[in-house]
Design a protein around this ligand. Structure first.
Ligand code: NAD
Ligand code: DAU
Length: 372
């Protein structure tokens, strides 16, 4: 069989031009901040649709710094639009696809947008990379662009025992996770069939500043700060592995530079906790008590546990740095100090979403039995 892969992947070094899709979101904006803070000549173009989850204010720090702003371009647009993606791919040494619809509960309410961005959007990006790879083979550009797909531990599905390794089968269980797994399958199909230079990261549950308040930690933090009820799904004994956003972004950057073509890498947090434990620590950090917490009807198909083995990336020399015991109170402090950011995130369709997701649940909610 002919090996179509590029002879040598381009080194992503100083002066590289990187296209970051979804760069106005939680993880994408942290990645952009880290890339430009290197001050090594790296240029970054962000392509972001600015959905309800995208926020230009997340990039304010970069845009306020003259040295960084000179190497930064923002384009508002959809990754599923080939007329926008094509010219941007032609200029990029690498494309890091962070863009996605990301909230599991919204994927249960309205799955379609997840498929459009997670399947068609990824396909459009891969077609652009395919075109640029063929152009490089014809001598029209020096190197084919590298494509990094940001994926998630949710593609492995629920893990009752042990920890997922990169060779485990994908077994997604929510529309969100199925869209992410579909995106990954497209990436590996394009790598094998067309010889694209691709890598995939699978990150675990991420927390930190700038996360949209629909997710557990920012929702419970902002509700607790405001004295509003905290809707805990079911018995609250579901387990997640927590990873600070600065570590997640650093892991993506590490794989971009050191990952082997065609491979996937778990970016594991190494801090597995049941939701009840996370909620207890949040209450302590916000100065509230369990009387605010309500046990409400569970998320349909709720995955009981995610857990990943991070040894493949550790063997390359990468591991997370932020301890959850430090990262959680610092995150709570960030939300306490940024009421304008919270107000902007809880604008638009927020009230309608909140009523749809939590109205009936909170009405049926009960006080939590802390001895259970
Ligand atoms: P987010 O919801 O905060 O941000 C997503 C960004 O993508 C937003 O800025 C949004 O405007 C943009 N976007 C959405 N659809 C788009 C489209 N069609 N075209 C262009 N831009 C679009 O998400 P996040 O939590 O930062 O997650 C980023 C990535 O990391 C996602 O791919 C997600 O699946 C993955 N991930 C997230 C976590 C987590 O815990 N947050 C964990 C593992 C993996
Ligand atoms: O595991 C990685 C994934 O983590 C990412 O791929 C997703 O983009 C991200 O949203 C996150 O998914 P989760 O479903 O694990 O995160 P979420 O914050 O929605 O929920 C975390 C846990 O908290 C989960 O067990 C459900 C529970 N939960 C969540 C919410 C929003 C509640 O009990 N009540 C809530 O209101």
């Amino acid at each position: 069989m002919t090996d179509l892969r590029p002879d040598s992947a381009p080194a992503i070094g100083p002066g590289a031009h990187l296209l970051v899709t979804g760069g106005a979101g939680f993880i994408g904006s942290e990645l952009v901040r880290q890339l430009l803070a290197r001050r090594d000549g790296t240029r970054v173009t962000v392509l972001d649709k600015l959905t309800y989850a995208g926020n230009r204010a997340n990039l304010a720090e970069v845009e306020a710094d003259a040295g960084q702003a000179a190497r930064f371009t923002f384009v508002q647009g959809d990754i599923a639009d080939p007329s926008i993606v094509g010219p941007l791919a032609a200029e990029a040494d690498a494309i890091i696809n962070v863009a996605a619809e990301t909230h599991v509960d919204r994927s249960i309410l309205d799955p379609e947008a997840f498929l459009r961005t997670g399947v068609i959007g990824v396909h459009v990006l891969l077609e652009a990379v395919r075109g640029e790879t063929e152009r490089a083979r014809r001598g029209g550009r020096e190197h084919a662009p590298r494509f990094l797909q940001v994926s998630t531990d949710e593609v492995y599905g629920e893990v009752s025992e042990g920890r997922s390794t990169e060779t485990d089968a994908l077994a997604p269980r929510s529309p969100y996770a199925a869209a992410k797994a579909s995106g990954e399958l497209l990436v590996s199909a394009y790598a094998i069939t067309f010889g694209l230079d691709t890598v995939v990261t699978r990150g675990s549950n991420t927390y930190g500043p700038h996360q949209h308040p629909e997710k557990l930690i920012p929702l419970f933090t902002t509700n607790a700060l405001g004295g509003h009820p905290l809707p805990m799904y079911g018995d609250g004994m579901q387990i997640r592995d927590w990873l600070h956003v600065s570590d997640h972004a650093a892991g993506i950057d590490f794989v971009l530079r050191h990952g082997v073509t065609g491979e996937a890498y778990n970016v594991a947090g190494g801090t597995e906790l049941p939701n009840r434990e996370v909620i207890g620590r949040l209450l302590a950090a916000t100065g509230r008590d369990w009387s605010l917490v309500r046990t409400v009807p569970d998320r349909p198909g709720h995955d009981r546990r995610y857990a990943m083995d991070g040894s493949k990336l550790a063997a390359l020399g990468w591991r997370p740095r932020v301890d959850f015991a430090d990262g959680l109170p610092a995150t709570v402090a960030w939300y306490r100090d940024n009421p304008d950011w919270i107000a902007s995130a809880k604008s638009g369709d927020w009230d309608a979403y909140y009523a749809r997701q939590y109205g009936d649940r909170l009405a049926a909610g009960r006080a939590v039995d802390r001895t259970a």
